[in-house]
Design a protein around this ligand. Structure first.
Ligand code: GLN
Length: 579
């Protein structure tokens, strides 16, 4: 058997062997290469940002990159995860609810992803058990090796065929040593064996401790972490060391000698102010160059003339580093202590601010305090230049949110409502302008007198939770002559949704008569998707039933966020002139 033909030889055998390794039609080993990123020592090292940055650098070189993230938990998708524990639930255009890291890949690679780019333990087992029930492994005991690991390899090869990528970039969630990802790591070892030399590149991301009481960097934890990976049969090709300060030569040497990784492939990644600076650092470390060499794909490198993607990215960084002003943006919310819960909203604000040449300072507003009367709304909002009520579920703090919206509306402060923020703006307007005193959402109150927000008809029949909201990308028709049209500059946009409730169609006429404008609707059904107040009455007051934060990219900020920050800049300027 020729060594580089391991996969060919295995695939032709009968089911009565130990090599269960599905190979999709049209798969050619070596056509697509694999970069696999593991994390050691601890979680939270920014593996996703690192992988996204590396992906972007390979893309800048003209290579086609398909990222994929593996999460070890047994949930089938991220839909039922609490953002307080796990960070924001990101939504893809095809409706998949996934880990927030996929948001980073979309933002860094400026590429729409799909369910082919996300794998969880739950999804893998669902598939394996489904096959078992259908008798696909007939006669065999179904085992972690080869069946579960085979399922994983099959998934990656499917992505390779489907995407026609030069490089499939795999981020292994969790930390080496976790029970949850151990079979996945085993699958990666098998993948390298089957694909053959030069087709898989392993990158270990690790952490160098620098305890304050010692005042020096310590590499032991990193060494043990890498040892653990090697004990699983994986020899890293590259080791990237995360650290607070740039790593010392001594640390690099230690890691190199302990891990069999040549010194020039042990690189440092110290903390930087913005995640958007990371690609530059990864580039300075030469990791993209090393990956290209390890995978033998130099001949495929064809960067665009003048590297426009790099030039544009650098121009974005220049603006990021030298803002011409500042705006204060108030965000109301339940998960106010965790930035990760609102990752995409914060990113979208940053994209819009940088492209408006300002820096946004975030002020978190705990609306339960306003509700309880502990803080007055005018005190909480007196120094903000714009207010966002982001998405959310349940009734905690909603009366406080409605108060904030009223304050924004009455005081001409830019307002942007995202999903729940759209719904709360409808309630506020119904109560305080349209005279429907007891207006509410049926999510918040049973049988309110005026259910201005109610369940979507298709949601009435659903009883279980998970993957069954109105999800993913839908077209939005935008009315000419409205603020939304001025911002989008087109009559049709595609945005992403994640909701169960909607503006009750029975109240649309009443609300319109009272002056609310529904400037975005669904082309087929009567679902209100954007609301606004005419600019003759308010500087900027918009709510969207969708989540515009999911489609915002550094170089292409979402139009609603861009317009909102622009209005906040004007508000801030006026405030200063008055002072
Ligand atoms: N809870 C509301 C709904 O289900 C809003 C959802 C959201 O903000 N994503 O419709």
């Amino acid at each position: 058997m020729k060594r580089d033909n391991v996969l060919e030889n295995l695939a032709s055998k009968s089911t009565e062997h130990e090599f269960y390794t599905p190979k999709p039609k049209g798969y050619r080993p070596g056509r697509t290469k694999y970069v696999i990123v593991f994390g050691t020592v601890m979680s939270g090292l920014g593996k996703g940002i690192f992988s996204s940055s590396l992906g972007k650098l390979l893309q800048d070189q003209g290579l086609k990159v398909a990222p994929v993230k593996f999460d070890g938990y047994l949930n089938v998708d991220a839909g039922t995860l609490n953002p307080y524990r796990h960070g924001e639930v990101f939504v893809l255009d095809d409706g998949l609810e996934c880990d927030m890291d996929l948001g980073n890949y979309e933002r860094f690679l400026d590429q729409d992803l799909s369910e082919k780019n996300y794998m969880t333990g739950g999804r893998i087992f669902t598939s394996v058990l489904g096959k078992e029930r259908k008798g696909k492994y007939l006669g065999r005991d179904v085992q972690f090796i080869p069946h579960v690991t085979g399922e994983i390899k099959g998934f990656l090869r499917n992505l390779a065929v489907h995407s026609k990528a030069d490089v499939v970039l795999v981020e292994v969630g969790g930390t080496v040593g976790d029970v949850e990802n151990s079979y996945f790591i085993e699958a990666m070892r098998e993948l390298a064996y089957e694909e053959g030399q030069g087709n898989v590149c392993f990158v270990a991301l690790t952490y160098i401790l620098e305890p304050g009481f010692l005042g020096e960097q310590k590499s032991k934890a990193a060494q043990i972490g890498i040892r653990d990976l090697m004990a699983r049969g994986i020899q890293p090709h590259i080791v990237a060391c995360r650290s607070t300060n740039p790593i010392t030569e001594k640390v690099r040497e230690k890691i190199s000698i302990y891990s069999n990784v040549p010194l020039d492939r042990v690189v440092g990644l110290h903390d930087l102010k913005s995640i958007y600076e990371i690609p530059q650092l990864v580039k300075e470390d030469g990791i993209d160059k090393e990956v290209i060499e390890i995978l033998g794909i130099k001949s495929r490198v064809k960067p665009k003339k003048g590297m426009p993607s790099v030039r544009k990215w650098n121009a974005f960084l220049d603006k990021l580093h030298s803002p011409k002003g500042k705006v204060v943006i108030g965000i109301t919310g339940k998960y106010t202590s965790l930035r990760d819960s609102y990752a995409s909203v914060l990113n979208a604000i940053e994209h819009a601010s940088v492209n408006n040449s300002v820096k946004a300072e975030i002020k978190w507003i705990e609306t339960t305090e306003i509700e309880k009367g502990k803080i007055k709304v005018e005190d909480a909002l007196k120094d903000v230049d714009g207010i966002i009520v982001p998405g959310g579920f349940g009734k905690r703090g909603i009366e406080g949110k409605i108060e904030c919206i009223r304050y924004a509306r009455e005081n001409n402060i830019p307002y942007l409502g995202l999903c729940l923020g759209f719904q709360m703006a409808v309630i506020e307007y119904a109560r305080n302008v349209a005279g429907l005193k007891d207006a509410n959402s049926t999510e918040m109150k049973k049988n309110p007198k005026h259910p201005v927000i109610c369940l979507l008809p298709e949601q009435m029949k659903i009883e279980s939770l998970g993957g069954n909201m109105r999800l993913g990308g839908h077209d939005v028709l935008i009315k000419k002559g409205t603020l939304a049209h001025k911002l989008y500059k087109k009559e049709k946009a595609r945005e992403r949704f994640r909701h169960r409730y909607e503006c009750n169609p029975e109240y649309v006429e009443t609300l319109e008569k009272a002056g609310m404008v529904f400037s975005g609707t669904n082309p087929r059904k009567d679902i209100m998707q954007i609301l606004e107040l005419p600019q003759s009455r308010h500087r900027f007051f918009i709510g969207s039933q969708f989540h515009p934060e999911f489609t915002s990219r550094p170089l292409r900020p979402n139009p609603l966020f861009f317009g909102f920050i622009k209005a906040a800049v004007e508000t801030s300027r006026e405030r200063k002139n008055k002072e």
